[in-house]
Design a protein around this ligand. Structure first.
Ligand SMILES: [Zn+2]
Length: 392
């Protein structure tokens, strides 16, 4: 016997959808002769056009899917997917397009209460009414095993009716509605969350862009200049200064006050924050989308847009020197400037005092990186750039 193959699938599917749409529009003129699968359902709408199939195919006509009046489009879609085959034939396993479990929770019950799949020209063995199939197994019995003469319709099949009664229980219905609602909420929330994150990215792009300048480098206090020089020389990489938290060697031995020290170089205008810095490095109000959602009492549309506060976690930020035509040149120019500024012999007396104080503080708290800078010619091993000429 002929076997329907995949190349007929698209045609079958299309034809079935078209029939379903016709039914939904109520434009079919043929009267219905099919009882619904359950007594409490409204009568089925007009039957659909003859199934598309060639004369050489199965002796049993292709089944006809008819939506039940009042069923939602979403549930009718479940019914279409439940009954969608890729291939079937006498003596051969039916190939279904999707596993039942992957379609929906209670997919079979939804399918049976949203549409009828009727075998044309065959009657129920018990009530003699149209043979409305009760399951994929029933489909197999009719089309694979050719046992249609013994098959009961969905309305006469006890186990089907037991399952449909359980499906209709209010508790179970409530659970299903709740699950559907929760899934919809999750989807909506994902959209709002994404928009909120995009807004954060946009704020950072607006506020922090790489801007290079040939302007004079500001002159600031000794300690800030020493920290900036330490960052230029100890950070991995040579163009941008990677976040302190990624360094293999800490800026100071104890790690205390590092963020504050780094932030002082930005406040002093020596370094700037690079836009590749991660969004969470900055402090936002609300602090996160979830925080905003809590404040808005769960109303997604009421979540405040992310506001960028004037604070950041300096140790997690990427920095750069803006003083040159390119990032590498700018780092070199700042390095040279700082070396010259920190040369003790060239310092005016108050700065020499600061230098001593920085050294003392470094001995005690700030650790060796700053101290080594003060000592001068010692070259850190991790450095990749050549030392600039102080006279440059
Ligand atoms: Zn029956």
């Amino acid at each position: 016997m002929a076997r329907k193959r995949k190349n007929t699938r698209a045609r079958d599917k299309q034809a079935r959808r078209e029939r379903v749409h016709r039914e939904q529009r109520g434009s079919s003129s043929q009267p219905s002769e099919e009882p619904p699968p359950r007594g409490d359902e409204p009568p089925a709408p007009a039957t659909i056009a003859p199934p598309v199939q060639s004369a050489v195919e199965a002796a049993i006509d292709e089944p006809v899917l008819t939506p039940i009046v009042g069923a939602s489009a979403e549930n009718i879609e479940v019914a279409c997917r439940y009954w969608q085959w890729n291939a079937y034939g006498h003596g051969e396993s039916t190939l279904w397009s999707e596993a039942v479990n992957s379609i929906a929770t209670d997919a079979r019950s939804i399918a049976l209460t949203s549409a009828t799949l009727t075998v044309p020209g065959m009657a129920c063995a018990r009530c003699d009414g149209p043979l409305v199939l009760s399951s994929r197994a029933a489909f197999d019995r009719v089309y694979r095993l050719a046992n249609g003469a013994e098959e009961s319709c969905a309305g006469c099949d006890e186990s089907t009716q037991v399952q449909l009664a359980r499906f209709a229980e209010p508790k179970r219905q409530a659970r299903r509605i709740e699950a559907t609602r929760a899934a919809a909420v999750r989807e909506i929330e994902a959209g709002f969350r994404q928009a909120w994150e995009s807004a954060r990215s946009a704020r950072i792009s607006d506020a922090y862009r790489v801007e290079l300048t040939e302007d004079d480098i500001p002159e600031v206090d000794v300690r800030t200049e020493a920290v900036a020089l330490a960052m230029l020389r100890y950070a991995p990489g040579s163009e941008v200064i990677a976040p302190l938290c990624e360094w293999s060697t800490p800026l100071s031995a104890s790690g205390d006050g590092q963020s504050e020290a780094v932030a002082s170089t930005v406040r002093g205008g020596l370094l700037r924050i690079h836009p590749q810095t991660s969004l969470d490095t900055f402090v936002w109000e609300p602090t996160s989308f979830d925080q905003g959602l809590r404040e808005a009492e769960g109303l997604h549309h009421a979540v405040k847009p992310p506001e960028l506060l004037n604070r950041y976690r300096a140790a997690s930020a990427t920095h750069y020197s803006p003083y040159g035509a390119g990032l590498g040149a700018a780092a070199a120019r700042l390095d040279a400037h700082l070396v010259a500024r920190l040369e003790p012999a060239g310092m005016i007396a108050p700065r020499q005092g600061e230098l001593v104080a920085t050294g003392r503080r470094g001995d005690h708290r700030r650790g060796p990186a700053i101290l080594r800078l003060r000592a001068g010619p010692t070259q850190p091993s991790g450095r990749t750039r050549e030392p600039p000429d102080p006279s440059a």
